[in-house]
Design a protein around this ligand. Structure first.
Ligand code: GLN
Length: 256
């Protein structure tokens, strides 16, 4: 099941140097994840799509003068859709990997992430070295699913939605879950009920990039827009809005 969100971005024709009329403005479908907090998720009250990634791509579209329309889906469907060229743009806290770069073009990195192990509060698992033969949850198509399969001998259970794995850990059906640090931290803080904790080091540094269909003509303009958002402090503002703290120095912009 997926939901379609329409959003029109009115191009800035009233002022500035742009000579484009609204008729020239292209509209692109942006494939996005249905639930990867705080990067993209549905506001439970308004039903609106929200998140760091959503604000970022809306601002990029405004600066690069195109319109976007969102379509939400599970992550593995999004990945397949990007790889086959079905969608022109994808935002999903997607980690830039060499393998994915073979079939997807990425923007410059916009967030530094990594993988972390989550276990029940009373677990004696202390790090990734202790997961042998344990039931560890992850998400289909994700970098952590690949990590578990390649580097551990855990019994991996991968779900379409990562929250299914988190709930199973909380309720004792799984021994742990491996996933992206900001998403794990968000879940523990908002829905952990003091029953969950992270253990061990952050594994495998990963950077998120906006995905574009291979050979896309939008990448250069999107990168310029993204860089201008970093330089003028807009990126830092959005970061603070969703993560409650300023980003690392390198994202703070020139005016800082
Ligand atoms: N960053 C992870 C990946 O790219 C997970 C992304 C997600 O669940 N939206 O595989």
């Amino acid at each position: 099941m997926f939901l379609v969100f329409m959003m029109l971005l009115v191009p800035l024709t009233a002022c500035g140097s742009s000579s484009k009329s609204s008729g020239d403005v292209k509209k692109y479908t942006v494939a996005t994840d249905s639930n990867f907090k705080p990067f993209e998720y549905l506001n439970p009250i308004t039903g609106e799509l929200e998140g760091f990634d959503i604000d970022i791509i809306k601002e990029i579209a405004k600066r690069a003068e195109f319109e976007v329309e969102f379509e939400t889906m599970d992550f593995d469907g999004l990945l397949a859709g990007m790889q086959s060229g079905r969608y022109p743009i994808g935002v999903a806290g997607m980690s830039i990997t060499e393998k994915r770069k073979e079939s997807i073009d990425f923007s410059i990195p916009y967030y530094d992430s990594g993988l972390i192990l989550m276990v029940p509060e009373n677990s004696n698992i202390q790090s990734i070295d202790d997961v042998s033969r344990k039931k560890i949850g992850s998400r289909q198509g994700s970098t952590s699913q690949t990590y578990l399969k390649e580097f551990t001998s855990a019994k991996v259970e991968a779900f379409p939605e990562i929250v299914t794995a988190y709930l199973d850990v909380k309720e004792g059906r799984l021994d742990g879950a491996l996933y992206d640090l900001p998403n794990v931290k968000n879940y523990i803080a908002t829905e952990g009920e003091n029953k969950l904790k992270t253990v061990g080091e952050v594994l495998q540094g990963e950077s998120y990039g906006i995905a574009f269909s291979k050979g896309s003509e939008i990448v250069d303009d999107a990168n310029k827009a993204l860089q201008s958002m970093i330089d003028d402090g807009t990126y830092a503002e959005l970061f603070e809005k969703y993560f409650g703290e300023p980003p690392a120095d390198k994202w703070l912009g020139k005016e800082h």
